[in-house]
Design a protein around this ligand. Sequence first.
Ligand code: SF4
Length: 380
Amino acid sequence: MVPVSQAWTVATYVLKQKLMGRKRYPLVLMLEPLFRCNLACAGCGKIQYPAHILKAELSPEECFKAVEECGTPMVSIPGGEPLLHPQMPEIVAGLVARKKYVYMCTNALLLKEKLHLFKPSKYLSFSVHVDGQREHHDFSVCREGGYDIAMEGVRAAVAGGFRVTTNTTLFDGADPNSVRDHFDELMAAGVESMMVSPGYTYDKAPDQTHFLGKARSRRLFRAILSNRKKSWEFNTHPLFSEYLMGKRNFECTPWGMPTFSIFGWQKPCYLLQDGYADSFQELLDTTEWENYGAKSGNPKCANCMVHSGHEASAVDYNFGSLKGFYETAKKYMFPSTYEDEGAMKLLNEWPKAEHMPLVQIATPATATTKSSELQSVSGD
Ligand code: SF4
């Protein structure tokens, strides 16, 4: 659950958009101030850029201009690894001063040592990328010991009074029983809430074999999210969670979470790169939106269920009609544990995932990272 003040801010923002009759409005800005990273995950399509791109970064002023231009109440800062940006504390402080709810996505390898550069605030949440239990996470991010460092960062941030959420991306081969145990571990570490989403097949990702198709995604998420424990808190919209479990369908609203990076405003979404616009308005006006989403027949969208495309659809449905509002209010007032015998059977019969030996992939970002940061990451 998100704090009431955040839910209120988002609700009033969306209602205002509806009253203004805006057909396409953004909900969360995906602000990518850099692409370099201190990991080289097999499922990531970001760090395969050439060195000169990996060295580039947005200035604080460019970040603030983008935020003001699109006007969303929430800003997510993915990357790359945002903590490698030398002006990240200044960027976050500027966004907090503008009363934006900021989710700074981090692999947390540098979180503990950089925590003192940030101030706890209801507007700031560290969204820590943890893909599963120790063995699974280390395999997923191709870094032995990555899980332990990330969890150390989580505990340090929680102890420091920060809001800490997590994001978990699942690929083919994920073991739902292990994911459920992972949820227990995260809640025990004191995280506020968790987000879980299927991965997307990036053209540039080195591992093209482990992405989930839609039917397999729904089966996996039904097994994971049904019969859920009352202690688990999620920071995704409840109807998006039902979408993942195959209980309802949403079309993609790619403009709901627009992306701004060193290249400009990315068309049409966080995942695809079909060109760039110089301004947010130009992005809205010149993107051929009808070419995207499952209904469009675009093969790049056929298997996509990611939150950056579909959670805004759930929020829009929530505020789009009395029916949507009533259904959502009920979910928040009387949260369901989604009892489902079939899902329990799935869990009991699910084969245990076997990982291949972990292979560390060379990290291009290491060429552009300060030596002190590298030492802290490698522990040398
Ligand atoms: S379906 Fe996925 S890939 Fe296609 S536009 Fe939406 S978010 Fe992007």
